[in-house]
Ligand binder design. Structure first.
Ligand SMILES: [Zn+2]
Length: 353
């Protein structure tokens, strides 16, 4: 039985970017503690960086509890949401300009044992009875049945990776590693540390492609960066948490546990393009290094899919020749068995180049 489910990644990537929060996930958010591991300089008095997010009100929420969660005032919530009244309706969405990211929400499901009480469960997980009731509105304390599922909500500090310097001569601070997830297998998490942008974009994009192609094989993720960044043999880059090596989708391929050379014939163009399109649309990607012959089939596929010439010119180096420094998808030697993706600097990483 799957116990831990990452339901929402509410790490917000820069002022003005809205997080689209799934109702079911955010509906569980109430009364839980904020991440305590926030690092970096405190916002100055003159310039407080605000991050816009959508918050779905759940049962038991009050203006006060929401204000406390995001370190804002009740007056501010009213100002941003003019129609809001003191009595909040569960399910409605509020606009919040938060001064701090709420981190990653984790929902654990506890299976009720015979004779177990709600109080015992609360004690076991170190949570309050009131919170437990709010997370599980349909469960009545007196009628807890063995086998029933009780939701436990907690928050984990968002990955706070900070990228310094250049990809081929930089460092990475306070980062977390990528671990195997939906649609991909990570060879070695010790070599898979990355920035928030890198980790979240990989998880989101590969997960979305897997949703569209449920039978697609797992991709194989090789190196990102070391925990603190720095030189990683045999790469020139991979030094600041913004680079990742990922296998291609291969036609009829098994779950990948190593890189496999893709040719024009064996590359699963449809799935690989679907993934590339997601990466590009995320707006978080600088380059995707791809073998030139594979670019050709991807280009033709994108063209068939009705992509405009203007888009193709911007995205692909092909057909201008592998020596041309244009396009997001471009040639670099040794990328026939995997592609290499470079992510943008986070706007908070002032020394990232
Ligand atoms: Zn690489």
């Amino acid at each position: 039985m799957l116990l831990w489910r990452l339901l929402m990644i509410a790490t917000l990537l820069g002022a003005g970017s809205a997080t689209l929060v799934s109702g079911a996930a955010q509906a569980q958010a109430q009364g839980v503690e904020r991440p305590s591991h926030r690092r970096g300089p405190k916002p100055s008095v003159r310039k407080i960086k605000r991050e816009k997010l959508k918050y779905k009100v759940m049962r038991g929420d009050s203006l006060k509890s929401i204000a406390a969660r995001y370190k804002i005032t009740e007056e501010e919530i009213k100002r941003w949401n003019p129609s809001v009244s003191r009595q909040l309706t569960a399910g409605r969405t509020l606009i919040i300009w938060a001064t701090q990211s709420p981190g990653v929400q984790i929902i654990k499901e506890h299976t009720v044992q015979k004779g177990e009480s709600l109080a015992e469960i609360a004690k076991k997980y170190g949570v309050k009875m009131g919170d437990l009731r709010n997370w599980n509105p349909t469960i009545k304390a007196g009628s807890l049945k063995a086998g029933a599922k009780v939701k436990i909500v907690s928050w984990k500090a968002a990955p706070q990776g900070t990228s310094r310097g250049a990809a081929n001569g930089g460092r990475l601070d306070s980062a977390q590693p990528l671990t195997s997830g939906k649609g991909f297998f990570v060879r070695n998490p010790d070599r898979a540390y990355g920035t928030e942008i890198a980790l979240n974009t990989i998880v989101d994009c590969i997960g979305e492609t897997r949703d569209r192609f449920p039978k697609a094989h797992d991709l194989f993720v090789g190196d990102l960066s070391f925990k603190g960044g720095g030189y990683m043999k045999p790469h020139k880059s991979h030094q600041s948490g913004r680079d990742a090596d990922i296998s291609y989708y291969i036609k009829g391929g098994p779950d990948a546990r190593r890189f496999t050379v893709a040719t024009r014939q064996t590359l699963d163009v449809e799935k690989t393009w679907d993934l590339f399109e997601r990466f590009i649309e995320s707006g978080k990607v600088v380059y995707i290094f791809v073998d030139y012959s594979l670019q050709e089939v991807l280009y033709e596929h994108a063209q068939k899919k009705g992509k405009k010439q203007e888009f193709l010119d911007k995205v692909f180096q092909y057909p201008r020749g592998r020596g041309h420094s244009v396009g997001i998808i471009r040639y670099s030697r040794g990328h026939d068995d995997h592609f290499h993706i470079r992510f943008k600097c986070d706007s908070k990483d002032e020394n990232c180049r």
